[in-house]
Design a protein around this ligand. Structure first.
Ligand code: SF4
Ligand code: SF4
Length: 241
């Protein structure tokens, strides 16, 4: 048989907990009028980023699409017009779609991207009424012209202290997406992206065609100069047979 004294004590203890919280101010957050700040590494809505010169970081390498376990990314690449390129690579993403209904927000696409083009930001307000509006197109994902951020990439890959020398082509064990990107896609004479807060100067400059003492880059054998309206330096394109 239950001990009546013990039962009464337990009941009183329970009522004490109720009384203790009864007069406390409620902590209910009135979402969506009030939004709690989320941690910088929260994986939410994707964003496609640009370089400071306005070029798209995405070079349509398809690594994010290939690594996505949910098959949520669809990309159609296209060749860049050398006179008016969209990205510093040979190709850019003509079509870039993320199916948010498939996405499991694992962040593999961000981790796989060699240029820091795609990040998952801490925006989780994705609810909608139709399935089709969960298919995000490039115009939904790409930063507007004039905006060039790194987004959550800086939270995941903070720049090392200045005394730590970055490895090339790796930066803290991660393909850095700064100077190596341009070199990897054959446009190593583009200005490198070293303007990140705390980012150390690169150990070596991106491959340059400027001989010492000359201000204008010269084409290497097998290259032709192309006028590049969006970039600071002239670019060179390999001539193909
Ligand atoms: S977060 Fe994961 S599931 Fe979503 S698109 Fe990226 S790789 Fe695919
Ligand atoms: S991995 Fe990065 S650069 Fe390659 S296609 Fe995806 S977003 Fe573009």
């Amino acid at each position: 048989m239950a001990n009546p004294l013990k039962s009464t004590g337990e009941s009183l203890r329970g009522m004490g907990v109720t009384l203790k919280n009864f007069f406390k101010k409620p902590i209910t957050v009135q979402y969506p009028e009030e939004v709690r700040p989320l941690p910088a590494r929260t994986r939410g809505r994707h964003v496609l980023h640009r370089y400071d010169n306005g070029l798209e970081r995405c070079i349509a390498c398809m690594l994010c699409s290939g690594t996505c376990p949910a098959d949520a990314i669809y990309i159609e690449p296209a060749e860049n017009d050398p006179a008016n390129p969209n990205s510093p690579g040979e190709r850019f993403a003509k079509v870039f779609q993320v199916d948010m209904l498939r996405c499991i927000f694992c962040g593999y696409c961000q981790a796989a991207c060699p240029t820091g083009a795609i990040t998952l930001e801490n925006n989780t307000a994705l609810a909608t009424y139709t399935r089709t509006s969960m298919l995000y197109n490039k115009q939904d994902l790409l930063e507007p012209p004039g905006t060039a951020t790194r987004g959550a990439a800086l939270a995941w890959e903070p720049a090392p202290p200045p005394e730590v020398k970055p490895l090339i082509p790796e930066f803290k064990g991660v393909f850095d997406g700064w100077e190596t990107t341009a070199a990897a896609v054959g446009r190593g004479n583009l200005p490198v992206d070293v303007n990140e807060p705390g980012h150390p100067k690169p150990l070596r400059k991106a491959a340059s065609t400027v001989p010492p003492g000359e201000s204008t880059p010269k084409a290497l054998p097998g290259q032709t100069a192309v006028q590049d309206s969006k970039n600071i330096q002239p670019a060179y394109k390999e001539e193909r047979a």
